[in-house]
Design a protein around this ligand. Structure first.
Ligand code: PCA
Length: 212
């Protein structure tokens, strides 16, 4: 049976929970089409997240790698079109908000400036909307922090090691439960269950295109 690797992140930036972690945990062990989902949670730390991602790819030999992250304030699920070879430099406590104008560095020396997603962002976003009945759209890129970093690494490892998996990234809004619990009612949110259904739909759609 082939494998879909689904990664989430630990809480960061002052939030007590991270919907990406909750969804990776919820879908862990489920079967989609003929693939088993392996859900893992990554720390919001550059070196450690890269090591854990590489180890999980080596261990599970996935046909598809989908990473999830929180983008508090986004209004819908955002399926990223590409990752950039850029990150803010390491900083101390990930629980603290990211400073403005933080200095930046490349992720991979001599790596491509940007790498396109190897899932079809437009089609996957449309499938999320149609199957889970929630708003989703393709979005150009995932910023310069841990989410973009992990996405770039997932795409880069496939090239570096000549692996055939497809890789994509989906940014998530806050959950409605989280918006209430953390007094962020002014930010857009979606119920966790709806986002679980949305990610399940995304995995189904993206998995069609993989070699499995
Ligand atoms: N979101 C952050 C890092 C971890 C997460 O869930 C980001 O968008 O980079």
């Amino acid at each position: 049976m082939s494998t879909i690797l689904l990664t989430g992140f630990q809480p960061f930036g002052g939030y007590q929970t991270n919907p990406s972690q909750q969804i990776a945990e919820r879908l862990h062990g489920e079967t989609i089409s003929s693939a088993q989902i392996v859900g893992i949670t990554l720390p919001v730390a550059f070196a450690e997240s890269a090591e854990l991602l590489a180890a999980a790819i080596a261990e599970h030999k996935p046909a598809l790698v989908i990473s999830l992250g929180l983008a508090a304030g986004s209004v819908c699920l955002e399926v990223e079109r590409f990752a950039v070879n850029l990150r803010v430099v390491e900083r101390g406590d990930p629980a603290l908000p990211l400073p403005r104008n933080a200095p930046q560095a490349v992720i991979v020396a001599d790596g491509m400036t940007a790498l396109f997603s190897t899932i079809d962002a437009e089609r996957v976003a449309a499938a999320i909307g149609a199957k889970a009945d929630i708003p989703a759209q393709a979005h150009s890129y995932a910023g310069a922090y841990a989410c973009n970093f992990v996405f770039y690494q997932a795409l880069h490892y496939a090239l570096q090691w000549d692996l055939q998996y497809c890789a994509g990234f989906i940014h998530l809004p806050l959950t409605s439960e989280q918006a209430r619990a953390e007094n962020k009612m002014h930010l857009a949110s979606l119920p966790l269950e709806s986002m679980v259904a949305g990610v399940r739909a995304a995995l189904e759609e993206a998995y069609h295109d993989t070699r499995h």
